[in-house]
Write a protein that binds this ligand. Structure first.
Ligand code: ADP
Ligand code: MG
Length: 300
């Protein structure tokens, strides 16, 4: 495209909340055949909330909540904030609520899996099945049942282990964006295939995919895995766009022919992307591609 065409299209984009960084992305966007969507915060609203909790024998609700609060309070993850808020509420319901929760030491973040630390004489892990497996914590059949029931409802389960035993779990729900299904269906009518990549587990990701009408799911992928998935699709000869919001999406946003960041996302993702969807509305994925198609057809 000529510099003038790029300037005009960028201006139109900007007025609609679609920031296009340079002509390259604008020129490539009309050729996109596959769009890789991150799940959390991209297809979903990104404001997870705990919708249920379970306590297993031998443990008390007070201890479960206190340990979860102590460890998750040090985490930046949106799931952690949801767990802390819910556990504090439960703590109030179950009688006394000390404002002070015990301090955590040796706090550790396990990327894409959860967090851990020591609280007093207790070793506490808070995270998914993978974290428990990696730390040799056995998941009881009661816990397994709770997990699969909730994952099939598109929820993410947060397990809490204390001294090597699962004490309880929280089920976290993050609803899909209201426009998601419509957008995926419209993209299909434009000849564009949508896929999901996520760090979350397969069952939850599949349930979300079903809700929005996507049939290819790549779950339990770390940041490098997300970028590898983009490259794999490119090697099949496709022009690939990636839409994401997180730090963990930035390698994939860079790898993609067209990286699109959700405006409400992290600065790192916005930095890494070619196009920023300022309104965080998925409809603007279509706006961007449409703008590119119109610009390129005018030129040719
Ligand atoms: P996504 O790709 O969905 O943004 P992440 O890579 O951030 O996912 O995390 C993947 C999974 O790791 C989450 O779905 C959750 O099960 C687990 N996880 C990560 N951080 C935490 C935390 N602080 N507390 C509990 N679980 C966590
Ligand atoms: Mg995300």
């Amino acid at each position: 495209a000529t510099p003038t065409a790029v300037m005009v299209a960028s201006g139109i984009g900007a007025s609609q909340g679609v920031l296009i960084k340079g002509g390259d992305a604008l020129e490539k966007a009309h050729k996109v055949k596959t769009i890789v969507f991150d799940k959390t915060g991209t297809l979903t609203v990104g404001k997870p909330a705990v919708v249920s909790a379970v306590l297993f024998p031998e443990f008390s609700m007070e201890v479960l909540c206190d340990m979860a609060i102590s460890v998750e309070a040090s985490s930046e993850h949106p799931i952690a904030k949801a767990v802390v808020a819910h556990a504090k509420n439960l703590r109030k319901k179950f009688g006394s609520c000390p404002e002070e929760v015990p301090d955590v030491v040796d706090f550790e973040v396990h990327m894409g899996a959860g967090v851990s630390g020591k609280v007093g004489d207790k070793t506490v892990l808070v995270g998914n099945r993978r974290l428990m497996n990696a730390c040799n914590v056995k998941i009881s059949s009661a816990a397994e049942k709770y997990i699969s029931e909730n994952e099939n409802l598109a929820r993410t389960c947060v397990l809490v282990s204390i001294n090597g035993k699962i004490a309880g779990a929280f089920s976290v729900s993050d609803p899909v964006k209201p426009e998601a299904k419509r957008v995926i269906s419209f993209l299909r009518s434009m000849g564009i295939t949508s896929v999901i990549v996520t760090g979350d587990n397969h069952a939850t990701a599949t349930a979300i995919a079903n809700e929005v009408g996507i049939d290819q799911v790549f779950a339990e992928t770390d940041p490098v895995g997300k970028a590898d998935k983009v490259k794999e699709l490119q090697m099949k000869g496709m022009t690939v766009a990636m839409v994401g919001d997180g730090i963990n999406d930035s390698p994939a946003l860079v790898a993609a022919d067209v990286g699109m960041a959700i405006g409400a996302g992290t600065d790192v993702a916005i930095e890494a992307a070619d196009i920023v969807l300022v309104k965080s509305n998925l409809v603007d994925v279509i706006t961007a591609i449409d703008l590119s198609r119109k610009t390129m057809s005018r030129i040719r």
